[in-house]
Structures are given as C-alpha cells and as structure tokens.
Design a protein around this ligand. Structure first.
Ligand code: NAD
Length: 355
C-alpha cells in the first residue's frame, strides 16, 4: 500500500456526524476495538429525521464506552460554528479527523438549500481551516455517489468526469472534494474523500427508501416506486462502509514534493460501494421477504396492492454502480455483504426497536 501508515493507539480521533447513522457505527467500531486514546463525537442533533434515533445510537455508544479502553466524548454543536470548531481543535488536538457531519438527502436539498450551504460548505470549510492550523495527520471525509449525476458510463470510476451534478446536495459534495484538494495542495494536509453508495442497515436513516417503505407498509400505506421501478442502485451495508472508512483512516496519502519542489497534494478519493447494483424491484422483493421473516408483516400481506409505480423525481438518478477497485488495490477491501443478509439485519432490528 503506497500510503503513510497511521497508528491509531494513543491518538485522538474526531468523528463529526456521530451519532448520525454512519458516524455512530464508526464510533462503536472504534470503541469495540479499543482503537485509540480518545474518540470525540460531534453532532448538532438536528431534527431532519427523528432525533430519538440519534439519541438511541448515542446510548449504544455510551454503553460501549463503559467497557472500552478508548475514552469517548460527545459534544453537541455545529461544524458551521467556527468558534466551537476552533475550541475543540485547541483543546483536544485530534490527529485524525473523520468528517461525516452533513445535511444528507438529495430530495430535501431541492426545498431546503440553505442548510446544505451552511453544513456542507461552511461547516466543511471550518473543518479544513482547523486542519490547516493544527497538526492533523489525516482528514477523511464523506463524499457521495451522487457526484456522478446522470453519468452513463458504468461502473462509476473515480477517474470519470463528475462536473454535472443534478442536485444541490451533489454539488456540495463535489465542492468538498475540490476544497479538500486545494487545502491538500496549499497546506500539505493529507485528505481522503470517500464516495459512499446508498448505505443501509439497522438504525439507519428513516428518510431512505428501505426504512420509509417499511414504515409505510407497516401502517398499511402505499409505497411509491420511482421511475416505474426502472432504477438500479449499488446498495452498501453499513458494516462494509465502516470497515472501509476504518482502513482508510489508517493509511493517509503520502506527502512528497514534485519536480517543482512543491508538495504534490496528498489527496485521494475512493468509491465505497458493493459493486453489484440491484434492480429496485428485486431490492423491494428482498425487503418484503425480510419483513415477513422477521414477523413484522404477515406472510399473506398483499404487497402488490401497496405499490404505486410513479415517474422519476427531480435530483434522482436512474443508476449507481461503484467501481471499488482502487479501494481494493490500496486498502485490500471490497464491500461484501449482500442485500439478503443486510436487509434481514435491518428487519430484525426494526422488529426489536419498534416492538
Ligand atoms: N447514508 C448514505 O447512503 C450516504 C451516501 C453517500 C454519502 N453519505 C454521507 O455520509 C455522511 C453520513 O451520512 P449518514 O447517512 O450517517 O447521515 P446522518 O444524517 O444519519 O448523519 C449525519 C449527521 O450529521 C449531523 N449534522 C448535520 N449537520 C451538522 C452540522 N452542521 N454540525 C454538526 N452535525 C451536523 C446530523 O445531525 C446527523 O446526525 C454524510 O456526509 C452523508 O452526506 C451518506
């Protein structure tokens, strides 16, 4: 691996966007592995979706922290608050920063642009500035498969052109990559952006299809199937995402100078996705089986009567398909967990959580 290896033990790791869905799972993994000296969760606990889910995930983290050798500190606040970010970096001096805090969701960005600019642009800029002014060894940050927009060439490779975002959300994620490149070049900050592909799993995000469809079916409501089901998605189970992020944290782009004597930006971007896009209708079928298996819905539930085939939504794309070869080459990892196993784990969790 042509990377600067980073030992986590004795280090402080800042994870923004924990206890968000992916952030909480990453922090739980760090605590379980006793991976570092201190892990800090920073989140503004906004109510984009049910805050009680974030509180539930925070409870899981606090419980795990009781038996971990790694200390855990939770700070409630926004990455858009420059003074707060500076005070956190001054006080705790995190060596590794994982920025997952963001306003997520493609559809929400159509009607709520302000919060995307505030969290994803200003917030990310504050994180970059703090990394510039402190000895940060590696900045890892969440980008998204949405940067590929309506690209026709599949699978999506990090070498493809991604200059045509179809939502403000995608535009902010692409902007993050550009800003990170600039800071890596100017200030020699090792940074790695990760383009996540549709992440799902237990205690996931209720705004995402598998979760909202489950809620609706349980209530006896209809689910809308966009683009008449003519969509393919590269779904990625959350444990696979966490494994990828965890490995990437421990290997930073190498600092070196180019022929001009100036730093070659220690900058990289990777896809993290399953690499096996599923037809939306097959995904729904697998979800139905999982819901019946776990006893959430009866085996004679009339699923067909609760499906509405509708057109494409603005901001959405018909296909996502990750080429994760670069991640495999550099970090020896490709997501492995299939939708049958992953959706069953979600359904089992849902049954237990809402019992
Ligand atoms: N889940 C996916 O399918 C997916 C796909 C691609 C990219 N991503 C990216 O991965 C990251 C994590 O996503 P997630 O699915 O866990 O979403 P999430 O909404 O569960 O987590 C994000 C967390 O960030 C917090 N947050 C938002 N704005 C903040 C701010 N200004 N300051 C501090 N905290 C703030 C939220 O309260 C939330 O808990 C995000 O950057 C998202 O854009 C997710």
């Amino acid at each position: 691996m042509n990377k600067q290896s980073i030992e986590l033990n004795n280090k402080t790791v800042l994870v923004t966007g924990s206890p968000g869905f992916i952030g909480a799972n990453l922090v739980l993994r760090i605590l379980r592995d006793n991976a570092c000296k201190t892990v800090i969760s920073l989140d503004n606990m906004n109510d984009y979706y049910d805050v009680s889910l974030k509180e539930y995930r925070l409870e899981l983290i606090n419980k795990q922290a009781e038996t971990s050798k790694t200390n855990h500190i939770f700070i409630k606040g926004s990455i858009a608050d420059r003074d707060l970010i500076n005070s956190i970096f001054n006080e705790y001096k995190p060596e590794i920063v994982v920025n997952l805090a963001a306003q997520a969701g493609v559809r929400y960005s159509i009607d709520h642009p302000d919060v995307y600019i505030e969290s994803n642009i200003i917030g990310f800029y504050n994180i970059l500035e703090a990394c510039r002014n402190n000895p940060v060894e590696h900045l890892v940050y969440a980008s998204s498969s949405s940067v590929y927009g309506g690209n026709k060439k599949v699978p999506f490779s990090v070498d493809d052109k991604v200059d045509n975002p179809v939502s403000l959300y995608a535009a902010t994620k692409k902007s993050n990559e550009l800003l990170a490149h600039c800071y890596s070049k100017l200030y020699n900050i090792p940074s790695t952006g990760l383009r996540f592909f549709t992440v799902y799993g237990p205690a996931g995000r209720p705004d995402m299809f598998y979760y909202s469809a489950t809620d609706k079916l349980v209530k006896g409501e209809n689910i809308k199937i966009f683009n008449y089901g003519n969509c393919k998605r590269d779904f990625t189970y959350v444990d696979d995402i966490v494994e990828g992020v965890y490995r990437v944290m421990k290997g930073a782009p190498i600092k070196e100078n180019g022929d001009d004597g100036l730093p070659v930006p220690p900058y990289a971007v990777y896809n993290i996705g399953g690499g096996t896009p599923e037809n939306l209708l097959d995904y729904i079928d697998t979800l139905q089986h999982a819901l019946v298996n776990s006893g959430i819905l009866p085996s004679d539930y009339d699923f067909e009567a609760h499906k509405e085939l509708v057109g494409m939504q603005p901001g959405d794309v018909p296909v996502t398909f990750a080429d994760s070869k670069a991640l495999e080459d550099d970090y020896g990892f490709t997501p492995k967990i299939g939708i049958k196993e992953g959706l069953q784990k979600f359904a089992d969790w849902y049954k237990e959580y809402y019992k």
